[in-house]
Design a protein around this ligand. Structure first.
Ligand SMILES: *Cc1c(COP(=O)(O)O)cnc(C)c1O
Length: 245
């Protein structure tokens, strides 16, 4: 079996492999699972506490089906429109598939999002919290939410500012009655992601928030070391995303 040798390759070899024709998403998933187990054990953590969320944005239904039939169940999409085209059919074939929203949610798409997704990872502002609360009661679908924190305070990036995070978490719980399951971040491109992961973990700790969605293809092992419970892997699973026409 190739599982052992896959895990022996270093990151850059592994990256080349992702885009290779031989490598399929399901074999990538099995070697990534091995790496997640190793990183968890190395950090003294239970591997069962880390969920691989396969980010299937820009990939076709056929590619996703391949991983569903191999047994993978946790997925993420970043656009409502695209998810609506791909996922109703997939979910009817795999009712236990769990779909995470990992992209910005506009308030006018909240109804569709609550109906289709199982986890909202990008709650980032009071107006959205209010809208989600209203829509979740209307549909009786009380989805777990992650609050996205803009740990790098980048003006172009969404996410609540770290200085407002404590109050916002409190308001989401008390005022809006939302199920705040975790925090999520996307570190700035050119910065050490470990600093941002540790920062997010600290905000979660002092607010008693259970889960941390952090770490992508390039840095998920670091994220696991720093407490990630959800790693969001796109390229590492499916290869490079096709370029949009
Ligand atoms: C696309 C995306 C990912 C996956 O990124 P990769 O580098 O391809 O693993 C993770 N999180 C979010 C929010 C994304 O939009």
């Amino acid at each position: 079996m190739s599982v052992v040798s896959d895990t022996e390759t270093n990151a850059s070899d592994a990256e080349k492999k992702y885009s290779g024709a031989k490598s399929t998403a399901s074999t990538n998933l099995s070697s990534l699972s091995t790496r997640i187990v190793r990183a968890s054990l190395k950090a003294g953590r239970n591997p069962a506490d880390v969920l691989l969320v396969a980010i299937s944005k820009a990939h076709t239904v056929e590619r996703i089906r391949e991983t569903l039939s191999a047994g993978h169940r946790a997925y993420g999409e970043n656009r409502i429109q695209e998810a609506l085209q791909k996922w109703p059919a997939l979910k009817s074939d795999y009712p236990d598939a769990q779909l995470h929203l990992v992209g910005r949610l506009q308030t006018n798409k909240v109804r569709d999002a609550v109906a289709l997704f199982d986890v909202i990872e990008t709650l980032d502002r009071p107006r959205l919290a209010a809208k989600l609360a209203e829509e979740m009661s209307r549909q009786s679908r009380h989805l777990p939410c992650f609050i996205q924190v803009n740990t790098g305070e980048e003006p172009q990036k969404v996410g609540i500012s770290p200085k407002d995070a404590d109050l916002f978490i409190q308001a989401c719980r008390v005022e809006y009655g939302l199920n705040i399951h975790g925090l999520m971040c996307i570190p700035p491109r050119n910065e050490e992601s470990a600093v941002h992961f540790a920062f997010l973990r600290e905000i979660a700790r002092r607010n008693d928030v259970a889960s941390l969605s952090m770490g992508m293809s390039a840095d998920f092992e670091t994220a696991i070391e720093l407490g990630a419970t959800h790693v969001r892997l796109g390229t590492a699973v499916f290869g490079e995303r096709p370029i949009k026409p």
